[in-house]
Design a protein around this ligand. Sequence first.
Ligand code: FBP
Length: 272
Amino acid sequence: MRKGADGSITRDGRMLILAYDHGLEHGPVDFEPVPETADPEVVFDLATHDAVTALAVQKGIAEAYYPDYADDVTLLAKLNGTSNMWSGEPDSAVNWSVDYAAEVGADAIGFTVYGGSNHEIEMVEEFREAQERAREHGMAVVMWAYPRGQGLRNAESPDTIAYSARTALELGADVAKVKHPGSREAMAHAVEVSGRTKVVMSGGSKTDDLQFLRTVESAIAAGAKGLAVGRNVFQREHPRAILDALEAVIFDGESAEDALELATRGPERAAD
Ligand code: FBP
């Protein structure tokens, strides 16, 4: 029906999705570096930063906290997700419907598809249902396009990541969130094969400021439209400073070095 419903989660065609579903996906261990981030209010406050174009959370967090932030934060409803307390073939429970997410106030949905899992068929069929319903609501559709499965070899190879990005186009996602494939050329290839589906880089585990910003800069130079990030923001001592720097790299075209310099002496750093 409607391709390109991503206007609500982009700024000048680019985006920074702050992801905060880690309490479900990884558990409270992800909050240990900055213990106050176990409190969702702390991350909702971060999501009011100008750089953040949407906040991705699970249902319970949205229900309990979004009403207080509805004027200042764009909600991306991460529809499926699961804990890592069990082991087995990658799969993800669908925890809320698109209709309910719309009722709570979401402008966009997020959905993980583990391409290569033995559960890929069911996940893709669940995605179909959500994607078509999201189109009816005019909501943007973001696919967490993660190749993952016990029988999948080369899950992190550039070709596999490009393949998963392409599946997002084939299946009707507006945005494909992919792991960085390791080089600018490989990211450019993933972007190219994704056509009109926008590619964003997944943040990954926390790295140092400059290394992280350089990776984001390289992804943007390769044609990625932004970033979906969790730990590389909320596990930092000065999360607003890294958001300042990310804003400079993603939206203003600054180099990683200049962005870091700006952010390090910027007013937000003082406000942390
Ligand atoms: P990060 O930037 O912290 O990697 O968050 C992005 C994200 O996709 C989250 O939405 C999710 O909780 C997490 O990564 C899943 O990571 P993985 O499945 O690789 O452990």
